[in-house]
Design a binder for this molecule. Structure first.
Ligand SMILES: *[C@@H]1O[C@H](CO)[C@@H](O)[C@H](O)[C@H]1NC(C)=O
Length: 600
């Protein structure tokens, strides 16, 4: 096709920023070969008069040279970088300006090519150097307990990370490491056996697993006879006694159905592989660790120290012979590496568990299970959900907020909001329902993802349901509006493809160019999010697209109508930009796990 452009295209597939960073790094390396470890920051510039991008490597380089007794001012450093810069048809012009900035203008033709590519071939992920098998361990509620707000962040962030890595083209295993194998099951089974002796033939009425759990817990705490029965049940269960397995399965099934309702509502796909899954592997692992002399005795327990001898050890076997979270997490990492052949393992849990996973990794490394040059292990930590009083999010009566109730409340609030805007008079019931769900679940997810995950964040329906500012509601409205522009103009995709094929896009206004520049940053943004596993970068980006589009649409007429309201002129280039914007927003929202609707 365009033979001359092929080279640039291949190089550019990783994004313009990536490309610019590469050529500027090369220039710095040639201009100042003695300077190492200096970052060469290239970023989109804040104002058009400073170019499209800016590189400010000159100041830090000048400082580094000064420390070595070489005096070159930043202006001269910048000029020297420019001298060595291998320009190509991506870079149109570079200016050196005081006190030492390099202002970069990029080729409009190249950026337009990328927009045409997006129209003709759809949104493509950046090229992948190597497909990885990624295990993402997220959500992980406890069987017999209801999912509460504490599970929200792991579920939302974990799902979004999976969507991102799937889009990149990795093989992703979404794993739900549910708590299904602890002491509490002895207690539950002992209670079940007494209350429903014929549970083996009839399904017991434990629909309300929560109160069932509470009853058995209070017996466990007050009745020592019951307590020893419970312990006996755990041993039976861990020896896989069929009758006890049946009781346990019953309990798990009830729970599982409840979890699934939540996952369905939130469009979460996840595969259950709880602690119990590793029972056999734990037995083998412990035997192996023991033979190889990795276990030490400590007051009746068997513990294992990692490579850092001063860190807390893992408790591999308790004094009563039972296993712990440590044992199942170690068995799980072994299984994931040896059986799943994972080359990337991601744990999505609260930040408080960072140390635990460090010790797990360290012990796995020591035992020869994990080789860090072959397998990347990342703990994706996050802060706490706070109430509007800035304290841990609780119900009015001080209880943990159940996820089911939170989602119901979201739906109610979303519906209220739609009715406030009189949308129920315009939309069909079906449209109203879809809009309500998209808004409710979308705003809960977006409020979580748009904050830097490391920080705590305040959960506020009022704030997240605002239709102005960086919220899901604003983005969903923006998206449906952009879609409707193209739809109402009666343009179909074939016509847009033709425009793209002919390269028929004139940039006649600054705001068109600004929009194009934002859109072509998609690839760079995706790569940044993959690198940091911080979804707020993607949220900031999609919000920037929406606001930039709004600035564009305010002044750039896409359709001209006469006084009778009939369409007299359609600007096909701008239609193409609308379509490209809608697709990019849609892809971002899709990665964030947010459903879009055609009308709302
Ligand atoms: C880890 O893997 C690398 C690459 O295959 C290998 O060179 C190294 O020896 C391995 N390390 C250990 C401790 O096995």
């Amino acid at each position: 096709m365009h033979a001359g452009k092929l080279n640039d295209e291949t190089r550019m597939k990783k994004g313009i920023l990536h490309h610019l960073s590469t050529i500027f790094e090369q220039a710095v390396a040639l201009a100042f070969p003695d300077i190492v470890d200096i970052l060469v920051p290239v970023a989109p510039s804040s104002r058009p008069q400073f170019g499209d991008y800016q590189c400010n490597a000159a100041m830090p380089i000048s400082n580094a040279l000064k420390n070595r007794g070489i005096k070159i001012d930043p202006m001269n450093v910048a000029s020297k970088i420019l001298e060595y810069l291998k320009t190509d048809n991506v870079v149109e012009k570079v200016d050196v300006v005081a006190p030492g900035f390099l202002n970069i203008w990029v080729s409009k033709a190249i950026c337009k090519e990328r927009i045409f590519d997006l129209i003709l071939n759809g949104i493509q992920p950046p090229p992948l150097d190597k497909v990885k098998t990624v295990v993402v361990d997220f959500s992980s509620p406890n069987i017999a307990k209801e999912m509460h707000v504490g599970h929200l962040r792991s579920t939302i962030i974990g799902d979004s990370i999976c969507r991102l890595l799937e889009f990149m083209g990795h093989d992703v295993l979404r794993i739900n490491h549910v708590g299904d194998w602890g002491t509490q099951f002895g207690m539950l089974i002992a209670h079940l056996k007494e209350k429903f002796p014929d549970y083996l033939t009839k399904s017991p009425p434990i629909h309300d697993l929560q109160s069932f759990y509470k009853e058995s817990k209070s017996r466990f705490d007050s009745d020592s006879d019951f307590k020893s029965k419970a312990y006996a049940c755990v041993i039976k269960l861990q020896n896989l006694d069929p009758e006890y397995m049946k009781a346990w399965n019953l309990i798990c099934d009830v729970s599982r159905k409840e979890f699934q309702k939540i996952y369905n509502r939130l469009d979460i796909v996840i595969e259950e592989r709880g602690e119990s899954f590793y029972q056999r592997h734990m037995v083998e692992l412990v035997r192996d660790l023991e033979t190889r002399g990795f276990l030490e005795y400590d007051e009746g327990r068997k513990v294992m120290f990692g490579l850092e001898a001063d860190a807390i050890p893992l408790t591999i076997v308790k004094s009563d012979g039972g296993f712990t979270y440590d044992t199942s997490d170690l068995a799980a990492i072994q299984y994931r590496i040896q059986q799943d052949h994972a080359t990337w393992i991601i744990y999505v849990t609260d930040a408080g568990q960072a140390t635990h996973f460090k010790v797990i990794q360290s012990c796995a490394e020591k035992a020869g299970i994990l080789n860090r040059s072959l397998v990347k292990v990342v703990h994706v930590g996050f802060g706490v959900v706070l109430g509007e009083d800035k304290k841990k999010f609780k119900t009015r009566s001080g209880e943990t907020v159940k996820l089911q109730h939170l989602l119901d409340e979201g739906l109610r609030r979303a519906e209220e909001k739609l009715k406030e805007k009189n949308r129920h008079t315009v939309l069909t019931q079906e449209e109203l329902d879809s809009a309500k769900e998209a808004i409710a679940y979308g705003c809960i997810k977006y409020a979580d993802l748009s904050h830097n995950r490391i920080n705590d964040y305040v959960f506020s329906f009022d704030a997240m349901l605002e239709d102005k500012g960086n919220t899901a509601v604003y983005l969903l409205y923006a998206y449906t509006r952009i879609r409707s522009i193209v739809r109402n103009a009666g343009i179909d995709i074939k016509q847009l493809n033709k425009v793209a094929e002919c390269g028929d896009l004139t940039i006649s206004h600054d705001r068109e160019w600004k929009l194009i520049k934002v859109l072509v940053r998609f690839t760079d943004t995706i790569l940044k999010v993959v690198e940091s596993l911080s979804l707020h970068h993607l949220c900031e980006y999609v919000y920037e697209i929406a606001t930039t589009f709004s600035e564009f649409y305010d002044v750039c007429y896409c359709i001209e109508k006469n006084e009778a309201g009939e369409i007299v002129k359609i600007d096909m280039g701008r239609m193409l930009l609308c379509e490209a914007t809608a697709r990019t927003i849609e892809k971002c929202l899709n990665i964030l796990g947010i459903r879009t609707v055609t009308r709302m």
